[in-house]
Design a protein around this ligand. Sequence first.
Ligand SMILES: *[C@@H]1O[C@H](CO)[C@@H](O)[C@H](O)[C@H]1NC(C)=O
Ligand SMILES: *[C@@H]1O[C@H](CO)[C@@H](O)[C@H](O)[C@H]1NC(C)=O
Length: 306
Amino acid sequence: MAARPRRPTHVRPRLRRHRRLFLLIPLLLLFLLPPLSAVIFRRANSLGRRCLSVTAPHTPLAGRRLSFSIVTLSDESRGARGRSFRGMLNATARNRRAYAAVHGYGLAVLPPEAVDRSRPPAWSKVLALRAHLHRHHWLFWNDADTLVTNPDIALETILVSVIGHSDFHTSPDLILTEDINGVNSGLFFIRRSKWSERFLDIWWNHTSFVQFGSTKSGDNFALKHIIDHLSPEEMQAHVRIAKMQCLFNSYPWNWMAMWKSLHALIFHPSTTWKGVYSDGDFMVHFAGLDDKRGWTSRILKEIGTT
Ligand SMILES: *[C@@H]1O[C@H](CO)[C@@H](O)[C@H](O)[C@H]1NC(C)=O
Ligand SMILES: *[C@@H]1O[C@H](CO)[C@@H](O)[C@H](O)[C@H]1NC(C)=O
C-alpha cells in the first residue's frame, strides 16, 4: 500500500486565497450583472428579439374594421405603501389619448366614483370591463402605470400576432401575457362575447382572493387561479397567452440593480428576455416599481413626448 503523499505545504495559503476569490464571485455578479444586462436588455430588439410575429400585417383589412376601446381606471386617492398610483392617470393621459386618437380607438377612463370601495381599487377593472363589454368588439385593459412607447403598432396587429388571423367570430376571448409569476392582469384584451361576460362575473365572484394592506390586491391571483383551473378544451377555445410578453406588456425593472432582477436573470433567463422593456416595444408597464411617476417622466422623455 503506497504511502499517502504529503500535501505540499505551499498549497494551503493559495487554496485559502482561492476560497476568498470564490466568495467574491457572487459579489461581482451582484454588482456587474445588472448594469451589463441592462445594456443588453435595452437593445434586445436590435439584438434579434421578435415581439411581433413577422407575418402580422401592419394595417387592418379595409372594410373589416373592428371597434376597439382602451379602458383604464385609477384610484388617485389611495395607494399601497410606497407604491402609489397618485397622479398616474393624469401623467399618462396624454400618451393614451394620443395613441387612441391616431388609430381611432375609444378610450374610457373610469372616474374614481366607479371604483368599488369594498375592495382594493385594482379589482374595479373587472366592473369597468363588464360595463363596457357590449359597446366594442374588443376592450384593451390598461393599468394606469403603463405607457404606449411605440404608437406605430396597432392593436389589430397585436391581436393578429397572437391569434394568427383577424376573424372576430372565431377568435379566442381573452388575450394575456405571462411574466415570471404567471399571467399578468395589468394589460390584456377581452372580446365581446357571452364567454367573456361570464368570465368577468366569475372573476369578480372570486371574493376569497381579495387582499388588503399590501402591494397585492388579489385580482391577479384570482385571474391566475381561474386560468389554471380551466379545462384544456376551454383554454384552447377561449384563452391565448402571447408567446412574447414584450408584445404588449414590457417591464423595465429588470435593468435595475436589484436582488429581484438578478434572481430573475439567473432563474428565469428566457422569461426575462421575453418580457424586458427594450427600445421599440409597444408598451411599458411599471409593474412592481415604486416610483411610478418618476418612471413615467423618464420614459416619456426617452420616447420624446411629455
Ligand atoms: C388631474 O388633472 C385634472 C385636470 O387637468 C386636475 O383637475 C386634477 O386635479 C389632476 N389630478 C391630480 C391627482 O393631479
Ligand atoms: C356571481 O355571484 C352572484 C352573487 O352571489 C351570483 O348571483 C352570480 O350568479 C354569480 N355569477 C357567476 C358567473 O358565478
